[in-house]
Design a protein. Structure first.
Ligand code: KIV
Length: 271
């Protein structure tokens, strides 16, 4: 393969270096090979196979029902579309909370069977030992603190986390704990911008914000939200870059009309 054709893959060390070099990190979710390929071609740095799939793909009310098998299938699908970006697989609820050995085995499945390069887990001090062991055996881990959707029943809703001093302090502590445990980066979800900036300054691994203001080292959104495909609710932090749901509706209505009125297929669409 010629030098021009060689793809410069984004690796875990490169993502860490991006913080050092002040280069913002762009991350989006994908759940299938087709969208992943488009994202990859556009130059995204990180593709996350998020357990948000439970809501935007499976239609569940939250992410709690998502299983390992479902996430492995989605990760394997996305892998086929990603050639350049770093591929992160989100570990579903109960796949890493019940014991360290089980957590490591499940994380390993994402690398072995799913083709991911690393995994993401939610939580701070509660997952410290699990993160340490995964990193020790060669599985890079992205942390996720703030509004962690797998703890939605504990929080009682999707409100901002860290407005109260006590919660803010525990998030700062968690960020440091995860860095020390060996996490290579950290998602900060729905925390006040000032706190996210403070956490970003206080650790050496990149922070990737979602609803965490502009002072993180990178940003992530759920692709179905930013494309306007998932229309059930729109948090303030989502910027809609397109209204794909509207475009889909117009196309489907036109197709149905064409079929009903026998306008499709035409001569040039027939053999
Ligand atoms: O599941 C997901 O898509 C996520 C992102 C919102 C960070 O965890």
């Amino acid at each position: 393969m010629s030098d021009e054709k060689q793809i410069k893959r984004i690796t875990v060390p490169k993502i860490k270096k991006m913080k050092e070099n002040n280069q913002p990190i762009a991350m989006l979710t994908a759940y299938d090979a087709t969208m992943a390929e488009i994202l990859d071609e556009c130059g995204i740095d990180i593709v996350l196979v998020g357990d948000s799939a439970g809501m935007v793909i499976a239609g569940y009310e939250n992410t709690l029902a998502v299983t390992m098998e479902e996430m492995i299938f989605l990760t394997r699908s996305v892998r086929r579309g990603v050639n350049r970006a770093l591929l992160v697989a989100d570990m579903p609820f109960l796949s890493y909370q019940a014991g360290i050995d089980e957590a490591v085995r499940n994380a390993g499945r994402f690398l072995q069977e799913g083709g991911a390069e690393d995994v993401k887990v939610e939580g701070g001090s509660a997952v410290e030992a699990v993160v340490k062991r995964m990193v020790d055996v060669g599985i890079p881990v992205m942390g996720h603190i703030g509004l962690t959707p797998q703890s939605i029943n504990q929080f009682g809703g999707y409100g901002v986390r860290g407005r109260e001093e006590l919660v803010a302090q525990s998030l700062k502590d968690d960020a440091r704990i995860l860095e020390q445990a060996g996490a290579f980066s950290l998602v900060l979800e729905k925390v006040p911008a000032g706190l996210a900036g403070e956490i970003t300054q206080s650790i050496n691994i990149p922070t990737i914000g979602i609803g965490a203001g502009p002072d993180c080292d990178g940003q992530v959104l759920v692709s179905y939200d930013m494309l306007g495909i998932y229309e059930k609710f729109k948090p303030k932090f989502v910027r809609r870059y397109a209204e794909v749901g509207k475009i889909m509706r117009e196309a489907f209505i036109q197709y149905i009309e064409d079929v009903k009125e026998k306008k499709f297929p035409g001569e040039n669409e027939s053999y």
